[in-house]
Design a protein. Structure first.
Length: 135
């Protein structure tokens, strides 16, 4: 549970959460939650090791309580798989679109990362996925 479009939810115990003032997002009032790494948490796997160093903002529709948008960014370099690899940069955007019956579907997913695998290569990638709701 919490996987799929919202992997940050599967790792919610890795973060400190803070309520921010409500904002309007595309005409909808939204609750705003900021998240940042929680001190002293031991990651259970490599994904949690990286996710646990993210900080960002989470917008939740104040009426429907649906996720409307999540923006996150890696706060520091993270070594994974011992000293063989580093995730140097990672940021993402997940944006949802409200459709009838109080459902939110993905509208845009964008992420960018930079990593190094020693001593072989560095990689820097950016991916943008857009979705359209058909009638």
């Amino acid at each position: 549970e919490g996987e799929g479009a919202f992997p940050i939810l599967a790792s919610s115990d890795l973060f400190e959460w803070e309520m921010r003032p409500e904002e309007n997002l595309e005409g909808s009032p939204c609750k705003v939650l900021a998240f940042r790494p929680k001190e002293g948490v031991k990651p259970q796997n490599q994904r949690d090791k990286v996710m646990g160093q993210m900080a960002g903002t989470y917008w939740v529709d104040a009426v429907d309580l649906c996720c409307r948008q999540i923006i996150g960014k890696l706060t520091r370099l993270v070594s994974v798989f011992g000293f063989f690899a580093e995730v140097r940069e990672l940021d993402f955007l997940w944006k949802g679109e409200k459709v009838p019956q109080r459902v939110v579907t993905p509208q845009k997913v964008e992420y960018r990362f930079r990593a190094a695998v020693f001593p072989f290569f560095d990689t820097h990638e950016r991916h943008v996925l857009t979705y359209e709701v058909l009638p």
